[in-house]
Design a protein around this ligand. Structure first.
Ligand SMILES: NC(=O)C1=CN([C@@H]2O[C@H](COP(=O)(O)OP(=O)(O)OC[C@H]3O[C@@H](n4cnc5c(N)ncnc54)[C@H](OP(=O)(O)O)[C@@H]3O)[C@@H](O)[C@H]2O)C=CC1
Ligand SMILES: Nc1nc(=O)c2c([nH]1)NC[C@@H]1CN(c3ccc(C(=O)N[C@@H](CCC(=O)O)C(=O)O)cc3)C=[N+]21
Ligand SMILES: [Mg+2]
Length: 299
């Protein structure tokens, strides 16, 4: 006998992000009134990766939309590590800059871990410095990476408590998979992390109550990878050109196969992406608030 069909609920990340952004805008206004401070975000981009340019443009538009200051540093692809370190040093010392984001990946020849480590932890709105990674892992209040934070906020609003759920994270990057796994562990999920060396990822994925996929491998997750009724968070973004020559985005999940199988699903676009930007604004506000109130963690 056929099981009853599942009606998949699409998670409207854009709507959640709009609400979060409105809260951030209120916080920016309040900080201006109480302390006369305008939060400032510096976005540093090296070389011209067309996909990155879209994200950077989006980020700048949203930053200004909430009343923050945004400074874009577009450096040529030939920039050396020493030159990039000098830019970061200047931003670290600039009192008008509260958040620094260095767009990843960086060109070959620049060691991204050395660049990340050079960012002052109090301005590290990406949550990638060893101090903030440690704080996230220990459940202390540092700055939490924007994409995993956005996924967690979506999951909490959709499901309430996550306690006791089996969460499977596919991907173990420093930017998404690892911090996602740490945050889910703090929610008292049972967490399984899969990556390229994991044999038969599908056999683990299909046991997940919560499945978070962040690989950049479009169409990786098929229908039988999804436990009926599971909540599926699709972080992956791949830009493809259709036969009509149009550009569109695809997630890591085969959307039409997940429909009718997952209980809830984030679409691409309009799912995790807008939450990443909203969380970046939130982290920048948090960094600015802490700097004016002298409330930096660990000081
Ligand atoms: N929506 C948003 O806001 C954001 C979206 N993204 C998107 O999310 C995706 C992932 O980003 P990011 O984490 O930075 O990417 P990385 O390339 O740094 O990491 C990808 C991870 O996925 C794993 N992986 C790749 N292919 C497979 C596979 N076939 N089976 C199992 N694991 C696999 C890799 O494993 P291993 O480590 O073993 O190589 C790696 O850990 C990209 O599409 C990116 O564009 C990223 C950030 C924000
Ligand atoms: N240091 C660093 N931090 C990052 O957070 C970071 C990075 N480097 N490098 C690249 C990835 C990717 N990323 C996205 C952010 C927003 C959208 C986004 O806004 N997406 C929208 C719309 C996208 C569109 O239509 O072009 C959506 O999915 O609906 C996507 C992807 C952040 N990243
Ligand atoms: Mg990586």
């Amino acid at each position: 006998m056929q099981a009853a069909p599942i009606e998949t609920r699409l998670i409207d990340g854009k709507a959640y992000a709009r609400r979060l952004t409105d809260t951030v805008r209120d916080g920016v206004t309040a900080l201006g009134e109480t302390h006369g401070v305008v939060p400032g975000l510096a976005v540093v981009m090296v070389g011209n990766n067309p996909a990155s340019e879209v994200y950077v443009r989006n980020k700048i538009a949203h930053t200004e939309g909430v009343g923050m200051r945004s400074v874009a540093h577009k450096l040529p692809g030939s920039t050396t590590e020493a030159e990039l370190l000098a830019v970061i040093d200047r931003l670290n010392r600039d009192p008008e800059v509260h958040g620094i984001l260095v767009q990843l990946p960086l060109p070959r020849g620049i060691a991204s871990d050395r660049i990340t480590r050079a960012i002052h932890p109090h301005k590290d709105v990406d949550g990638l410095t060893p101090e903030n990674v440690g704080r996230t892992t220990l459940g202390q209040d540092g700055l939490v990476p924007c994409t995993p934070l956005g996924c967690l906020l979506l999951l909490r609003s959709e499901l309430g408590t996550l306690k006791g759920l089996h969460a499977v994270v596919v991907g173990k990057s420093n930017l998404v998979g690892r911090p996602m796994a740490q945050l889910l562990l703090q929610e008292e999920c049972t967490v399984t992390v899969c990556h390229v060396a994991t044999p038969d990822v599908g056999s683990l994925a299909c046991q997940a109550d919560v499945l978070v996929v962040a690989t950049g491998h479009k169409g990786l997750v098929r229908r039988d990878w999804i436990k009926p009724g599971a909540t599926v968070i699709d972080v992956g973004i791949t830009r493809v050109t259709t036969q009509e020559g149009k550009s569109r985005l695809m997630g890591d999940v085969v959307h039409e196969e997940a429909m009718g199988r997952a209980g809830r699903l984030t679409p691409v676009p309009g799912g995790v992406g807008p939450m990443t930007i909203a969380c970046l604004l939130r982290n920048t506000l948090t960094a600015a608030e802490r700097s004016v109130r002298g409330l930096q963690p660990g000081t």
